[in-house]
Design a protein around this ligand. Structure first.
Ligand code: SF4
Ligand code: SF4
Length: 106
């Protein structure tokens, strides 16, 4: 973790679901709106793995870089500061919604 990213990364995958990072865009030649081909997601363990480099897992060692707000019961939270289990639940929900949407349009 760093001063810039003070909260730990739990490999929930939400950052990669939200948009493909610059490295993924360059390597796979895709815009950030496209799903990253380098992302593996395990819904049972609710963890994400980046296959772009076998030694590089999503966010490991860097802290959570997700700049987003989460709103629950009218209260706004900094997503990066949420407990790991909450992050993973949000990411799983996001993944399920995206999967359902893409199945509906293909
Ligand atoms: S899976 Fe890897 S390459 Fe793809 S968006 Fe995430 S960090 Fe970037
Ligand atoms: S904890 Fe943050 S940096 Fe780590 S995978 Fe989830 S959103 Fe990305």
């Amino acid at each position: 973790m760093s001063k810039k990213f003070p909260y730990p990364c739990c490999r929930c995958g939400l950052c990669c679901f939200s948009e493909t990072c610059p490295a993924g865009m360059e390597v796979y030649n895709i815009p950030k709106e496209y799903p990253c081909p380098g992302l593996d997601y395990n819904p049972e363990t609710m963890t994400a793995t980046c296959n772009l480099n076998v030694n590089h897992y999503v966010g490991v060692g860097e802290g959570c870089c997700m700049l987003a707000r989460a709103i629950q019961d009218g209260v706004t939270y900094d997503f990066a500061a949420l407990p790991p289990e909450k992050k993973r639940m949000v990411a799983l929900h996001f993944w399920e919604c995206k999967r359902t949407t893409s199945m509906a349009f293909h």
